[in-house]
Design a protein around this ligand. Sequence first.
Ligand code: NAD
Length: 502
Amino acid sequence: MNQALVEDVVTEVMRRLSTRPSTSSSPYAGGGGGVRAGETARAEEPKRREGLRHPHGLDLPMGEYGVYGRVDDAIDAATESQKKLMKLSLDDRDAIVKLIKQLAKQNANEWGKVELEETKIGRLDHKIEKLQILELVPGVEFLRTNATSGTNGMCIEEFAPFGVIGIITPVTHSVPTLSANAINMIASGNSIVANPHPSGTRCAAIAVREYNRAIAGKFGISDLITLVAPPTLETAEQIFNHRGIPLLVVTGGPGVARAALAAKKRAIVAGPGNPPVVVDETACLDRAAESIVKGAAYDNNLLCIGEKQVFCVESVFDKLMEKMQKHGGHLLNSSQIDALTRAAFTVDPKDNKPHVNKDFVGRDAAVLAQAAGVRVSPATQLLVGETDFRHTFVQEEQMMPFVPFVRVRNADEAIERAIESEHGYRHTALIHSRNLETITRFGRQANVTLFVVNGASMAGLGLGGQGYLSYSIATPTGEGITTPLTFTRYRRVMITDSLRMV
Ligand code: NAD
């Protein structure tokens, strides 16, 4: 190690030792200190620290190709890069977006593995697929110009970038969310500063470096996608409050959704869900069972759109449970469900409410089965079982491959219970039915962003269904399944009394 590098490491360690430790309840626990909101360490920290091994195991060079230790440096770099992006043509932007998609596909196996190793949640086959399908994310083709001409001239409406967008990404899909956000946002002319989840930072940083390196090689822009490492609550706050960030895009659970909604600047919030499934007596039960297994087992039920609880009418309930087993589900009895519930949730004495035990989030069905006191083959994708409506697994967004089934008298009760269990998130709901009236009634009353009929949840994001993909579904703020247009400012040009050619 050379002298300069030793000095850098010592300076960095001393700086971090002098900052406040994070609390254990925070998602940043273990992230180790971080610069507090309002505090700056600019004088102590060299901007470029090539080759520095990060004290928190990031193990990547910092201060180049998008990976920065300080929010200010990341924002400065992203600001410069966004200015350069604006000098490129729309075709060049298109080429950058395609490059990102190509790199994600090319590296899907490796990055999927790195993400699973780091986050320890989900399934490798689906981690890989979530990167491969990034080609379904829309790019510059969504930036349509609207024009009208008439007696008084011509009016053109165009969609301009915001500038540098601050993004927060979840641990459930760290690289996919960052990549899909990047595709959308760069297509519309923006650059990015990301505060990833602390447990999904390394995999995100690896992708960020590769994307920027490739973009720099072809277009001479090295920091279109930047990331702050290690991310802390303080770095998130700095991004929330920074004058150089005109727009926030937050993808995550209830805590960060609330924080973003309270921010002093515009925030697009892709918040939590608890998607219910209704199955009525007219449904094709084979198709329903197959879809529920497919959707709820996808990445071990980490998707915010994944099937989380089922309401089935009693006349076909037992038959549906049989079909669930035929399609790869394993049925738990009530004492096994009790044992799993005790392991998978803990009641916090502070609020007396159940909280999901992170050790079970995104784990394989076999791990959950062990906690339930039953052995299942490693091939088992999903556990299922009958519970009542008030059950913790029905009310909480469990994000693990056990789905509770609630027996209801009829479709009316199924719809009512399903909507109540969704808790007003307006995120996702699903139905299996051939009765158009029931489908329509549930769709109207549920009033969700994504409503999937007779298919698995992923069909709603283009995987086995029509439509495009995004990993950020803006629910409380209403933008829906995000596209490049979501991240633009409307601008109008009015040419009076001329340019109408016909
Ligand atoms: P999480 O809420 O624990 O973390 C999400 C991100 O927010 C992380 O980067 C985390 O570090 C950060 N964060 C948490 N509290 C914060 C605060 N107070 N201030 C600033 N940043 C904060 O969620 P997770 O476990 O990473 O992801 C799963 C959750 O995200 C689920 O609730 C799921 O439904 C939701 N989600 C929603 C969508 C969507 O498109 N609507 C997509 C993916 C995940």
